[in-house]
Design a protein around this ligand. Sequence first.
Ligand code: 6R9
Length: 573
Amino acid sequence: MKQGEPIKVMTEGNNLKSYEEARKNFDWKEVEKAFSWYETGKVNAAYEAIDRHAESGRRDQVALIYSDNDREEKYTFQQMKEQSNRFGNVLKKVGVNKGDRVFVFLPRSPELYFSLLGIIKVGAIVGPLFEAFFEAAVKDRLEDSGAVALVTTRELLERVPVDELPDLKHVILIGAEESDLKDGVLSYEKEMEAASPELDIQWVDREDGMIMHYTSGSTGKPKGVYHVHNAMIQHYITGKWILDLQEGDVYWCTADPGWVTGTSYGIFSPWLNGVTNVVRGGRFGPEDWYETLEKYGVTVWYSAPTAFRMLMGAGADLVKKYDLSKVRHIMSVGEPLNPEVIRWGLETYNRRIHDNWWMTETGAILISNYPSMEIKPGSMGKPFPGIEAAILDDEGNKLPPYQMGNLAIKAPWPAMMRKIWNNDAKYQEYFRIKGWYISGDSAYQDEDGYFWFQGRIDDVINTSGERVGPFEVESKLVEHPAVAEAGVIGKPDPLRGEIIKAFIALRAGYHPSDELKEEIRAFVKKGLAAHAAPREIEFKDKLPKTRSGKIMRRVLKAWELDLPTGDLSTMEG
Ligand code: 6R9
């Protein structure tokens, strides 16, 4: 547990002058004053993010800068308001009601942002789906949520088994052709054009549902993590104090809205703070990253360790070709931020990279390094003012400094999930120690109050910052005709954090070969998602299992890493 030297040079700017002071005096109630509902009593997070600015001094300020290899478009707050209003009216026309689930299965594009906001404006609950998902993953999520409507493209619609989804009544299709327009399929373009840019917004209760993100656990299907409008309180204030968003900032969050970072911090937080939001679509390489920063004069940049490691791999010379002088503040989330990356950031960008920690379930950042605080490389930082974090043993006792245990948060807080859709038992598991949310991460705290991440307690794999449940991949693997049994683990990887490795026992009559590995990999890719396909496959005659038949992933991991296998008393002979 050796710590390196803390980095004392502070980041310039900073809305949060003194962390200690803020902690002493913090009151969530004070934050509420920033919202128009504090005066009017009329609540809707999308209204606060867009319309409020359009109706005050920010009408003609650019809210969204979108670019990919083919498109470059800018939209002001007023235009965002009109586009999302139009989409809200499209939903009203087909009878979408408050509380209905409406899914968005789109690549990053302006239309994704218009529709997501429009859904929230009519009081429906939006479910963003990552564009890389294939049929099984899409079906599970739409089925579990009982989604009544879906916004997607012609290409992605091929992965939606509409006939098997009885609740799904409407598909709003981007790029639809005349022949598509039947059986509840509407043309996005036509409907948007016909719809009014004025919308009767659905005012809601702060505890009403707003967004649902499906995320992976170690067992069972992905869980629908349900968030309410009240989360905006924390999206806003963490944006101010952690993202350090200020008047005139140009902000870029590189995450896709299919993941929680891409909504909490790719949509709500920047717009609640009224800044210009940059979205880069498509796939892009290191040159594109720097070009985006330079071209739009990005001042605040939020990304992930896997991206920083990729940029580090592209070398320091590349950085010199670009003018990154506007970049004031850099942050990272999703997996442990290596001290090496922080050192590189200091040398090459002349900026500190501020790590922070949170999860889909927590809705917003809970632990962070702040611009005005010393950074200890390798540490996630300190709890947000108003948040109490602790290291607990399994009985709920607080552990002293440097002892590793469950990273736990005193519940509740404004952006905390309010349920797991259709699965109260799962929800309750997070709160098994009275008064605390148990994160599933292990960590320790040092004597200065900084938190240090140690690992996941369960088997959830974190590959390039994306959570993948081993069970979902194993289930897909055993659907392949050659696979009798499969066990999936995360294997440490210098670039991706972890990669997915599958151990497979073949059915009789099948023989190990590289072609078969390739075929199995493609099978998972096509059936589930590219990022869920195992990069490594190893064939075994049989897999280690408990007497009750559970695959012992911990034993697979020990084999892989040459570690002691631990207690094998429950293993089948
Ligand atoms: C926001 C997000 C959550 C899991 C979390 C932890 C890992 C996130 C981290 C980190 C080390 C950090 N994680 N931030 N590990 N240091 N700063 O990523 O949500 O996709 O739900 O993942 O990611 O294991 O439990 P989500």
